[in-house]
Write a protein that binds this ligand. Structure first.
Ligand SMILES: C[S@@+](CC[C@H](N)C(=O)[O-])C[C@H]1O[C@@H](n2cnc3c(N)ncnc32)[C@H](O)[C@@H]1O
Length: 489
């Protein structure tokens, strides 16, 4: 065992304003466009389950509202939590939800057009359109954005965020086309005019112009005179970057993701998702669809890369790091590369471990890494100075998360003196916008009880498993690293 340096006990809430906030990065703009589509699905639930109508009658607790809507109350609470920053409904007197002025406006006749729009957007044939936009664009067909008249009708400045929600599907569609065509790479070195672009991609000029205009409004591209060029936020979509956001966009444009998003109202009714092919879980679905699994793991690797860099700098020289559910080994690869005296152990599902082996072998790191095909609900190997659970706990219900943590704690007990790093988004206590809220809708759609948690909820899970928090650090991309050790008896 290597002795690890002691750290002061600090929690996210104790951190100063600068260190307490996730460092903002150029990837955030792309992330925001992706996240807003998931928020839009929460608005869809809000309307389809007639939460607006029930709350217009009287303020209700989550359980009362769930009963009236015929919904699962835990899932319904999460929808309300996601929509908090849009200020449609607010918690009053600590326990009852009531419509705000904007929510009331949505309920009134004037809001009917908006509600109709939201429902229309979710009709299966319309929903299925966006994933086909890249194909339509390269076939030179005209893609028509939804009417903007509706947005102008919103008027009040308080509704600006609501108007973002209504634009979100078009915005994402434009982003998806840009990612598929590789526009960020194309326009990074050589600015081009619309005629050159339409010739190169065989696209309809009007379609490409409005799509670029949408992405300019999000700061990803710029237009000087007739020439379009990529801005730094747009460069995050470039293919060759290890942290490329392109993979996140392509993953979110997949029919599976899109279909699960459309099914959210049913998921909220049942409290759990139903997968299109009847698979028992999203991971079972991925195991049955190797092409989507490969894309998912590539997306996770790019998402995790900036965090992996940070963890690599934190790893103690000479230590053994066990990455539990470590995907293709992104974190271990960065640690082993940065720390030549470290060793790694990767525990993954059997359907993932072979690709992980290829990835680590490709970087010449296999000799210092043990690969274990296994199940973190059954056993976690002993011998680690540091254990890592990166974006793992948020895929699971509280019960399942406790079981994983208990297996990790048993391994830590058998080793002695180890620490655990858990990486997830921690939700704020107040109603401020946070990327974890939309991520929570993604977890609800794909994993049901898998969820983002507040710091208190997170620490309660760790405490239940006999672990205590030593420190917390905000990482890029609105993630937090929580370091825990075995609790003193
Ligand atoms: C969201 S991904 C996170 C991957 C990686 N830790 C990262 O941060 O990029 C969750 C990982 O848990 C793995 N996983 C799911 N169920 C598992 C199980 N029962 N045992 C081991 N790994 C599992 C999945 O294959 C997947 O790679």
């Amino acid at each position: 065992m290597t002795s690890l340096p002691p750290f002061p006990t600090r929690r996210v809430d104790d951190l100063g304003p600068k260190e307490g906030r996730s460092p903002a990065g150029p990837r955030d703009d792309v992330q925001r466009i992706i996240g807003t589509v998931w928020d839009f699905s929460a608005l869809l639930v809000f309307d389809e389950l007639n939460m607006i109508g029930h709350l217009a009658d009287e303020p209700l607790t989550v359980d009362e509202l769930a009963e009236r809507c015929g919904a699962h109350s835990g899932a319904l609470r999460r929808v309300l939590r996601t929509l908090e920053p849009y200020d449609l409904a607010r918690l009053r007197w600590g326990e009852r939800w009531a419509l705000t002025a904007i929510g009331t406006f949505l309920h009134d006749d004037t809001g009917e057009a908006i509600r109709r729009y939201v429902r229309k957007r979710a009709e299966p044939h319309r929903w299925q359109e966006v994933p086909t936009w890249p194909e339509q664009v390269t076939e030179g067909r005209r893609v028509t954005p939804s009417s903007r008249r509706l947005r102008r009708g919103l008027g009040a400045s308080a509704s600006i965020r609501l108007s973002d929600l209504l634009d979100s599907v078009d915005d994402f569609g434009a982003l998806f086309v840009a990612a598929q065509l590789g526009l960020a790479d194309r326009l990074a070195s050589t600015p081009m005019c619309i005629e050159e672009l339409t010739t190169e991609y065989g696209a309809d000029g009007k379609t490409l112009s409005w799509m670029l205009q949408r992405l300019i409004s999000h700061g990803l591209f710029t237009r000087k005179g007739d020439l379009y060029a990529t801005r730094p936020a747009g460069e995050t979509l470039q293919q060759d970057r290890a942290d490329s956001m392109r993979l996140a966009v392509l993953m979110n444009g997949q029919m599976l993701w899109w279909e699960m998003l459309r099914r959210l109202p049913d998921t909220v009714r049942l409290g759990a998702p139903t997968l299109p092919d009847g698979s028992s879980s999203t991971y079972a679905y991925l195991a049955a669809h190797p092409d989507i699994l490969a894309r998912f793991q590539a997306f996770m690797a790019a998402r995790t890369y900036p965090v992996a860099r940070w963890l690599a700098a934190e790893a103690a020289p000479g230590s053994t790091v066990v990455d539990v559910g470590g995907g293709h080994g992104t974190v271990l690869a960065e640690i082993l590369q940065a720390q030549p005296t470290c060793r790694g152990v990767l525990l993954e599902r059997p359907d993932v471990i072979l690709a992980a082996r290829d990835s680590l072998a490709g970087r010449g790191l296999l000799e210092r890494c043990t690969l274990m095909a296994g199940d973190f609900f059954a056993e976690v190997p002993a011998g680690g100075d540091t254990y890592i659970l990166g974006s793992v706990l948020h895929n699971w219900s509280d019960d399942h998360a406790r079981r994983i943590l208990k297996r990790v704690r048993e391994a830590m007990m058998r080793t002695g003196g180890s620490r655990l790093w858990c990486i997830d988004a921690l939700l704020p206590f107040n109603d401020e916008p946070h990327p974890g809220r939309s991520l929570d809708m993604r977890m609800l759609s794909l994993f049901g009880a898998g969820q983002e948690r507040t710091r208190r909820e997170y620490e309660a899970l760790l405490a239940d498993a006999g672990l205590t928090v030593r420190r917390q650090i905000r990482l890029p991309h609105a993630l937090t690293m929580t370091e825990a050790v075995i609790a003193a008896r």
